[in-house]
Design a protein around this ligand. Structure first.
Ligand code: FES
Ligand code: FES
Length: 163
């Protein structure tokens, strides 16, 4: 099968590669680019462990071909913050015990980031609805929801203070 020349920007860094048309974006990220925040869980678009942002939308990287990401801007959990400068969502997941296992958390935080971009002041119900595509095998959703609501409150008060 002939390879395709693919370019994408990942966490602000331009990347290019030759990949087979069937290569999935999750493997491009994890195995070619060594970006291991997004995980492979179900590989069938159910669990959300592989969630990343692609051109400002949440996508499940196990159901996107690398070729479909040609020319796209991709953001993974690594692009939101780093250990010395955590994103407010990462901080709130830590403070409110939303950070449970390393498997589901990166996808949860990446999805929550997009959710708060689209709806900066969600109700609890809207958070639960918006996060419905991200599963926790332990069903420990309570603190995840609490963390996202706390992050929304902090982001909103920072915005008000800046106005
Ligand atoms: S691994 Fe992609 S949704 Fe589960
Ligand atoms: S805390 Fe990650 S699957 Fe439940």
């Amino acid at each position: 099968m002939s390879k395709m020349h693919i370019k994408m920007t990942v966490n602000g860094k331009p990347e290019e590669m030759l990949a087979e048309p069937r290569e999935l974006l999750i493997y491009t990220l994890r195995e070619r680019l060594n970006i291991t925040g997004p995980h492979v869980g179900c590989e069938t678009s159910h669990c959300g462990a592989c969630t990343v942002e692609m051109d400002g939308k949440s996508v499940k990287a196990c159901t996107v071909f690398a070729a479909q990401a040609h020319g796209a801007e991709i953001t993974t959990v690594e692009g939101l913050g780093d250990p010395d400068n955590l994103h407010v969502l990462q901080r709130m997941f830590k403070e409110h015990h939303g950070l449970q296992c390393g498997y589901c958390t990166p996808g949860m935080i990446t999805r929550a980031h997009r959710l708060l971009q689209e709806n900066p002041n969600p109700t609890e119900e809207e958070v639960r609805f918006g996060m419905a595509g991200n599963l926790c095998r332990c069903t420990g959703y309570q603190n995840i929801v609490k963390s996202i609501l706390a992050a929304a409150a902090e982001m909103n008060s920072a915005k008000e203070a800046a106005e």
